[in-house]
Write a protein that binds this ligand. Structure first.
Ligand SMILES: [Fe+2]
Ligand SMILES: [Fe+2]
Length: 248
């Protein structure tokens, strides 16, 4: 293990030993994972620190299991200014929370959270001028952004990841139940559960973070928009689990 990877894990362990409340521990893990993801997205280095990412995923899952009411502390900590690295971390924490509420096994949670953390990694191949463009995108620019799902798949494959649950989750996280998604335009049961869960968390995070073209919605508003305006595109059951957690 090289010194950079080692330093993230050591920093995580040292910081956790000083965090004496659940919320401080949650914030510590959140910020360290966010700084790792910021480094990955800034460097655009396609060689991923797999062991360090795995260690971060295990920490995230551990936090989701400590308490039954993680949703509110998590929402207080999650960054609301949109950046791709914060978005990746937000989606990973939310997907882990959702998987935990669905009583997934530890192995399933690892795969789900790992896929959620890296679902948009393909965006390192998209030009920053397109990713950060404040106005509307041209057809070509939008196509270039849409390509990130295939690139996420290929970057993970390139890093020796062969687990089909993880690979399909990143490839298919923009598919919609009514066939309007991409890259394949799959329908309902054709979309694997991990991809559907990451897709719901992805849209929830996109709505609850501030963008250049609009302010953020509250968590409740976001879930109501998803439930009432996207019910034909996303699994109702998953949205209901998030709504229930918001009421706990
Ligand atoms: Fe995406
Ligand atoms: Fe995303």
């Amino acid at each position: 293990m090289n010194s950079k990877k080692k330093s993230v894990i050591l920093r995580l362990e040292a910081a956790l030993s000083f965090a004496n409340t659940f919320e401080k521990k949650l914030a510590t893990i959140y910020h360290i994972v966010a700084s790792l993801m910021e480094h990955i997205f800034t460097q655009k280095d396609e060689k991923l620190p797999k062991d360090t990412l795995h260690a971060c995923v295990v920490q995230i899952i551990g936090m989701m299991r400590i308490s039954n009411s993680v949703m509110h502390p998590l929402l207080r900590i999650m960054e609301k200014e949109y950046t791709t690295h914060h978005h990746s971390v937000n989606v990973a924490f939310m997907a882990s929370l959702l998987g935990n509420a669905m009583h997934y096994t530890h192995e399933q949670l690892v795969d789900l959270t790992y896929a959620a953390l890296l679902h948009d990694i393909g965006k390192i191949r998209v030009e920053n001028s397109i990713l950060e463009k404040p106005g509307s995108l041209s057809h070509e620019e939008f196509e270039s952004i849409k390509h990130h799902t295939k690139d996420s798949f290929s970057i993970l494959e390139q890093n020796g990841i062969t687990n089909s649950s993880i690979l399909n989750a990143v490839l298919l996280h923009h598919e919609k139940l009514d066939g309007s998604g991409y890259p394949k335009g799959l329908l309902k049961n054709e979309i694997p559960p991990f991809a559907q869960m990451i897709g719901v968390c992805d849209i929830f995070d996109a709505l609850t973070t501030k963008r250049t073209f609009r302010n953020s919605y509250t968590s409740y508003e976001a879930l109501m928009i998803i439930k009432h305006e996207m019910s034909h595109q996303l699994d109702f059951h998953l949205v209901d689990i998030l709504i229930r957690m918001l009421h706990e």
